[in-house]
Design a binder for this molecule. Structure first.
Ligand SMILES: Nc1ncnc2c1ncn2[C@@H]1O[C@H](COP(=O)(O)OP(=O)(O)O)[C@@H](O)[C@H]1O
Ligand SMILES: [Mg+2]
Length: 269
């Protein structure tokens, strides 16, 4: 059982003095699925990046803790190693790197093979990657479990991938890395229904009692396929409301203007 806790988090871009996150409080426990909904530009992606430790952002106040320990001083790869996974909103294509190679590097890094090479120094060529045989076995298992065509592994990462194929890679990556907390920043506007179903199916399979999810989304469509325990409304750099799945439907019905109006009314009351 793990807890990811975000306490009064304030953050800004390193290149700019404009605060984007203005005091975010959030606790995610293993086994919980949290949905974060909010209008474009409200800072949802920034929150995801800051949790993952993206160097373009600077935390100016507050803290992020995993099981009570601050992760703010950790580099992104260290955060990944302790179990924080971020699926990017816009995955980049990497020509020349196959899905299998990419996954082998990622899994090896996470399981400490890369560090081993650094520690040992010379004469251990090759030991920085998980042994091919073991890796293949793991990959085949996961591809089978998540209905990924075996030919997929040889293709170049995200190059010419459809929305659905990108999502399949994302799910496969998550399945291989087995994070404690997975953050998915969904550009669901660009996803067709098949791609949406692929992510949803993946999340539902991976949503075990030892894993927590933060699903960031603009629309509630994906929530037709994944049932969150909590829904948060994100607005202007902070969480302004928290509720159950019904909150997503209310939002879908009334639109984000409803939140704005409520906030304006509360401010003048
Ligand atoms: N690196 C950055 N430098 C400057 N402004 C940024 C940077 N990243 C995000 N912003 C600004 O912060 C606001 C929130 O952006 P973002 O987190 O992408 O919102 P969302 O994901 O909710 O659409 C936007 O106004 C955006 O332009
Ligand atoms: Mg975004």
């Amino acid at each position: 059982m793990s807890v990811l806790e975000i306490r009064d988090l304030h953050a800004k871009p390193t290149t700019d003095d404009v605060e984007i996150l203005k005091g975010v409080d959030l606790v995610i426990r293993s086994g919980e699925i949290h949905a974060m909904m909010g209008p474009n530009g409200s800072g949802k992606s920034t929150l995801a990046y800051v949790i993952a430790g993206h160097p373009h952002y600077e935390v100016t106040q507050g803290d992020i803790l995993l099981d009570g320990e601050s992760i703010l001083e950790m580099e992104p790869d260290e955060r990944a190693r302790i179990g924080i996974f971020l699926a990017f909103q816009y995955p980049v294509a990497v020509p020349g790197v196959s899905v299998a190679n990419f996954l082998r590097t990622a899994v090896s890094n996470l399981r400490g093979y890369t560090r081993q090479e650094k520690d040992n120094g010379d004469g251990v060529i090759g030991s920085h990657l998980m042994p091919m045989r073991a890796f293949r076995k793991l990959l085949n298992e996961k591809m089978k479990e998540f209905n990924v065509d075996p030919s997929f592994a040889r293709r170049y990462l995200n190059e010419g991938f459809s929305g659905g194929e990108k999502k399949r890679t994302e799910v496969l990556q998550m399945a291989m890395l087995e994070p404690k907390f997975a953050i998915l920043d969904e550009s669901d506007s660009g996803l067709d229904i098949d791609a949406l179903k692929i992510v949803a199916e993946g999340i539902n399979k991976l949503a075990t009692p030892d894993r927590g999810f933060l699903i960031i989304t603009h629309y509630q469509r994906i929530l037709n396929y994944v049932k969150p325990h909590y829904v948060h409304i994100f607005y202007d750099g902070r969480i302004v409301r928290t509720g159950g799945p019904e909150l997503a439907h209310e939002l879908e019905e009334k639109g984000y203007q409803w939140v704005e109006q409520e906030l304006a009314t509360a401010a003048t009351a």
